[in-house]
Every structure is written in structure tokens, then in C-alpha cells.
Design a protein around this ligand. Structure first.
Ligand code: MN
Length: 490
């Protein structure tokens, strides 16, 4: 327990320690090590106290006798809400028999998964901290489990960190996981990167000197640092470029951090006056930020000794945000920001991903130092939709008010046509029961069942309606037409 922990935090540690007593991690250490590590990560990210406390308690409801009621009584409803979110998330995942079957094949699925799991964005942040500690300590698990968790980390959690613009986290998650997913390739690329960096060391030093001198001459305050490309991002880039390393232009990148936006453009001009910029490689992510809110100027230049170097130019605040993303926004609520950062950000955001825009807007309010009701961070952008699960863990989105038959037809018309009953969350239910967000829905079918007229009152989606009507019309047709009909496969 750290001395600067608040009484509430100390109390949470006490309660969690007691609750997890007698439980051990695969490493042989007492289980409490894990929630305490999650606490530390959340603190490093600058998260608010409720989130830190929820992080300490995140495994108690699922794995110990502690109940949500206990937590609510002791720490209030906000903490209880967060713990509940994390618990639901891991229950949903445990219900997924095989990670391979639920790993989303498309971006759209991924987005849906995330939204379904993230009622409150802080739940996702706790989950990311949880995953970070688990992947840091993955070596204690048996190899088959290592691979699965690593794969899931690569395909779900690292992209999620990216969506939240948590750059440092993305890199750590991805590289740790990739090492388990493909150890041989990891070593190969790591060696390649190290070699490349080593060979570039001298000329890089010279470039740094030239740039520094030029910036100083213009009386620009700056910090300059090299960034090492992560193994996993190189792996992905190589795949995109037919494994041709000569097409990877950002193996070496230098970051210039300056005081304000105007100076970013000034610095860009200075770089271009020193070296030849490659055409088509100048990217203004300040005027047009990436979808996750990332801002920076990028340019690739060819130096005097024919090296290809990428420069990334941004303000301190943009840099913090690129590293820590959403978590940084929470942090900045406490730390007053400069006028420059308060402006600039929000109006240029693309609107194609609504939830990010909403997130950014909330983050901006936080950055402006305005008190934000954290409950408003709930992503209720999809309030007209519910997300329910199949027993296998697939996520199906339906309009609010949808009924079991809507769900069944959504899965497949062959399933819809033969419904005889439904289990909701493991219990027998009936076809009039409105589905709720997070329900696990299992459809019972029988080959002998056919759609009935009365079903039309038990659906709300037009998709289900048209399927049922189609079928009713068919079975109402006079006998002779039936002969012509192709045999109906069930
Ligand atoms: Mn955990």
C-alpha cells in the first residue's frame, strides 16, 4: 500500500486482499498481486479514483464471494457500475467457447464487439490495464493458452488501444503478444530493426545536429527524439508491401516536439529547406486528424547521405495525446492546459465514426478543465440498438424492442422458420419476451415447425416480417403449384 493512497483506495486494497485470500496466480504468487498491478497501471495512466478502485476490485465479483451490492455499499454506485461492466465483459468472453470463433473477421464486427462491451469507456480502460498485466506475465501460462491470449490481444486489445489513441499501450500490447503468436518472426524482425538502427546511428546523429542547429537559428524551442519502430507494426507494413523492406520509409523516424501549432508548420518548412521531401509523403494530421484523434505533421525526406527519414512534428499536448490517448484526457482534467490545445482539436474530427467524435468531444470538455459528469462518457450513441449474444458468443445487434423471433430470423431464416422455443440467459422463456441488451439468447428449433400467422405479432423487424410472409404465402398456395416447387431443403 502506498502512503499517498487515499482512505478509499486503502480500503479497497484491504477488501480485495481479503476476498482473494487463498487464491494464487499461475506464477505461484498470491492473486492480489494482479489487481494491485492493474491499480498501478491505471494510476500511471492518470485515471480517476473510482476507476482505480474498480481496478483493484475488478476480479472480486467474478472470482470471490464479494457481491456488487457489497461494493456499492462500500464505494458507491459508480465503482459498482465499473466493476459490473468488467465482470460482464469477462463473462461474455468466457461464454465464447473458442476465441477463434469469436475473433471478428471484419472491422464492422470489431466495432460492434467494442461497443457492446463498452457501456462506459472506463470499463474498456480497466480491461486494457487488466490485459496489459496479463500479457506482461503471460509466460506463466501453458503454451496453448499463451497463444490464444496473445492472438486475442493482437486482434482485439491492441486495435482497441489504437482506437483510443493510446499509442504506448498499443505498441507494448502488440509487441508482447506478437512474440507469443509468432516467436520466430518476432526475433527475425527484431534483429532486422536493431541492425538497421545500428547502421543508421551515425548518420542519424548528424541529421539531429543539422536539424537542431537550424531550429535554434530560428529561435524555436523544441525537443528532438528518435522513435524506434515497433516489431509488430513493421510486420504489418511488410505484409502490405510484399515484404519489400525498401518500401518501408518510416524505419527511422525523428520526433520534433514544439510549443504550438504554428511552430509545427514552421519546423516543417525548415526540414524541407534542409532535405528533399519525398512527394506524396507529407501528411497533415494536424489539420485532418486521424480517426482516433491523433495529430501530427509527417514528412519523409531524403538526407544528404541518401537516408530516408520520417519526421513527426507536433505540440507537446499532441504528443502526450498520441502516447496516452483517452487516458491522457482524464489526466488533463486535473492539469490545466494551455490555450493552444484547447482550440485546434475538435472541429476537424471526421464524423464517420460517431463514437470517436463523441468521445473526443467529451475528452475536449475534460481538457478544457470543465467538470464533466463521467456518467456522460457512457457510449449511448447506439441507444436505439441492443446487442445480444448467441450461446457461442457471437454478437447480434437488433433494434430496441426486438423479440426472440427477430433474433432467430436474424441468425438465419432456416432457424427462424423452425422456432419452437427460446432460452434467455439459460432460462426457458417465451416468444413475447422483449430482448434486453446483453442477453444470451438460445433458439430451440424443430424440423416439423413451420411459420404461423400469429408470429407476425411477435416480431418488430421488417426482415423477419418479410421472411414469415414469404413462407405463409407459399404454404397457402393451391396444391398443384406445390408440385412445381423445388424440394425444400431443411
Ligand atoms: Mn483480471
Amino acid at each position: 500500500m502506498a502512503d499517498n493512497d487515499s482512505d478509499r483506495v486503502k480500503r479497497a486494497i484491504e477488501i480485495a486482499t481479503k476476498a482473494h485470500e487463498g487464491q494464487f496466480r499461475k506464477t505461484g504468487e498470491p492473486y492480489i498481486i494482479h489487481p494491485l498491478a492493474v491499480k498501478k497501471i491505471l494510476e500511471e495512466w492518470g485515471m480517476d479514483e473510482d476507476t482505480v478502485i474498480a481496478g483493484i476490485l475488478h476480479d472480486t465479483v467474478e472470482d470471490t464471494d464479494l457481491t456488487l451490492g457489497d461494493i456499492k455499499k462500500e464505494f458507491g454506485s459508480s465503482v459498482a457500475f465499473l466493476v459490473d461492466g468488467v465482470t460482464k465483459l469477462s463473462t461474455a468472453r468466457n461464454g465464447m467457447r473458442d476465441i477463434d470463433t469469436y475473433l471478428p473477421a471484419t472491422k464492422d464486427n470489431f466495432l460492434r464487439l467494442m461497443i457492446a462491451l463498452g457501456d462506459d469507456i472506463r470499463v474498456l480502460i480497466i480491461k486494457l490495464a487488466d490485459r496489459l498485466h496479463n500479457i506482461r506475465t503471460l509466460s506463466a501460462l501453458p503454451p496453448d493458452k499463451q497463444k490464444k491470449i496473445a492472438k486475442e490481444t493482437l486482434e482485439i486489445f491492441a486495435p482497441l488501444a489504437d482506437r483510443l489513441n493510446m499509442g504506448l499501450l498499443r505498441v507494448e500490447l502488440a509487441d508482447l503478444a506478437f512474440k507469443y503468436v509468432d516467436p520466430k518472426r518476432f526475433d527475425e524482425l527484431k534483429t532486422l530493426i536493431d541492425k538497421y538502427n545500428k547502421s543508421a546511428e551515425k548518420s542519424l546523429q548528424k541529421i539531429e545536429e543539422e536539424i537542431s542547429a537550424a531550429l535554434k537559428k530560428e529561435k524555436i524551442k523544441f525537443t528532438l527524439s528518435g522513435r524506434v519502430k515497433s516489431v509488430y507494426s513493421l510486420h504489418k507494413k511488410l505484409a502490405k508491401h510484399n515484404q519489400n523492406i525498401n518500401e518501408i520509409y518510416d524505419l527511422i523516424a525523428l520526433r520534433i516536439i514544439v510549443e504550438d501549432v504554428t511552430t509545427c508548420y514552421l519546423a516543417l518548412g525548415i526540414i524541407h529547406s534542409l532535405y528533399t521531401p519525398m512527394s506524396g509523403r507529407i501528411k497533415d494530421y494536424i489539420a485532418i486528424p486521424k480517426q482516433n484523434g491523433y495529430q501530427s505533421l509527417h514528412t519523409t525526406v531524403i538526407t544528404k547521405d541518401k537516408r530516408i527519414v520520417e519526421f513527426q512534428i507536433r505540440t507537446k499536448e499532441m504528443h502526450e495525446y498520441a502516447d496516452r490517448g483517452l487516458a491522457a484526457s482524464f489526466y488533463y482534467n486535473e492539469q490545466k492546459l494551455t490555450e493552444n490545445y484547447k482550440k485546434g482539436k475538435i472541429e476537424h474530427l471526421p464524423t464517420n465514426l460517431l463514437w470517436i467524435t463523441e468521445l473526443q468531444a467529451t475528452a475536449a470538455r475534460l481538457r478544457e478543465g470543465k467538470k464533466v459528469d463521467l456518467k456522460k462518457l457512457k457510449l449511448n450513441l447506439f441507444s436505439d440498438k441492443i446487442f445480444v449474444y448467441t450461446p457461442k458468443g457471437d454478437i447480434i445487434d437488433l433494434p430496441k424492442g426486438a423479440l426472440p423471433l427477430d433474433f432467430a430470423y436474424r441468425l438465419h431464416s432456416e432457424i427462424g422458420d423452425h422456432v419452437v422455443g427460446v432460452k434467455i440467459n439459460g432460462k426457458m422463456s417465451n416468444l413475447n419476451k422483449k430482448l434486453e441488451h446483453g442477453d444470451v439468447v438460445e433458439i430451440l428449433t424443430s424440423k416439423n415447425q413451420i411459420p404461423k400467422q400469429s408470429w407476425l405479432d411477435k416480431i418488430i423487424t421488417s426482415h423477419a416480417r418479410s421472411k414469415i410472409l414469404h413462407n405463409l404465402n407459399r404454404s397457402n398456395k393451391p396444391k398443384e403449384s406445390k408440385k412445381k416447387r423445388k424440394p425444400h431443403k431443411v
